[in-house]
Design a protein around this ligand. Structure first.
Ligand SMILES: N[C@@H](CCC(=O)N[C@@H](CS)C(=O)NCC(=O)O)C(=O)O
Length: 229
């Protein structure tokens, strides 16, 4: 039996992408089963492995884990990416929570109408530059260290780099007013495990395309319109 974690999701970013990032940052190899058909999803449902009838699901260490946040916390703790004490852990949770809120605006993007996409693109850039990036810029400037928390590489750094790259895909010059974040991006991107994940051919997923949207809609029977928030 394989001891590698096995990820069950679509062949695209969605809620699984941060899990891929964190495993890659921890240097953990993983396997994936991509949901392409309704049948596959229903088999998982019938097998009882989707506790709340939702993916992502990750089989790891004898568990069938669901709930993205729980999966990420487990990986962060297991691979020493979750701070050295409870206070560092709380800070990491706060930063990851903020970054996650920013990513939420991007996650829904592929499912929007063309008109809503343009509004959402502006909103993403506005939220990034006026609410989220200034926080991290100040944290890095104030403590002058390489990483967000405790002078050690953590889940907070991995999550922020993922978000920066996602926002840049929507607005390429979004870091222009954030010198600390520009340096942070270069620094974290050059960590060997991250560098490898950023190279072509890794398990990192591309910007979601129409095929991805169609597959998600078909498998989940998602027939309603998604509206911008
Ligand atoms: N709180 C859950 C939400 C998971 C979720 O919404 N998954 C979607 C796919 S991205 C799903 O399986 N939807 C099917 C459904 O809710 O019936 C998590 O963070 O993992």
């Amino acid at each position: 039996m394989s001891t590698k974690p096995k990820l069950y999701y679509f062949d695209g970013r969605g809620k699984m992408e941060s899990i891929r990032w964190l495993l890659a940052a921890a240097g953990v190899e993983f396997e994936e089963e991509f949901l392409e058909t309704r049948d596959q999803y229903e088999k998982l449902l019938q097998g009882g492995s989707l506790l709340f009838q939702q993916v992502p699901m990750v089989e790891m260490d004898g568990m069938k884990m669901v709930q993205t946040r729980a999966i990420l916390s487990y990986i962060a703790a297991k691979y020493n990416l979750y701070g050295k004490d409870l206070k560092e852990r709380a800070l990491i949770d706060m930063y990851v929570g903020g970054t996650d809120d920013l990513m939420g605006f991007i996650l829904m993007f592929p499912f929007l109408s063309a008109e809503d996409k343009e509004k959402q693109r502006a909103l993403i850039a506005q939220k990034a530059t006026s609410r989220y990036f200034p926080v991290y810029e100040k944290v890095l400037k104030d403590h002058g260290q390489d990483f967000l928390v405790g002078n050690n590489f953590s889940w907070a750094d991995v999550h922020l780099l993922e978000a920066i790259l996602m926002v840049e895909e929507k607005k390429s010059d979004v870091l222009s007013g954030f010198p600390q974040l520009q340096a942070f991006k270069a620094r974290i991107s050059s960590i060997p495990a991250i560098k490898k994940f950023l190279e072509p051919g890794s398990q990192r997923k591309p910007v979601p395309d129409d095929k991805y949207v169609e597959t998600v809609r078909r498998v989940l029977r998602m027939y309603y319109d998604v509206k911008a928030n």
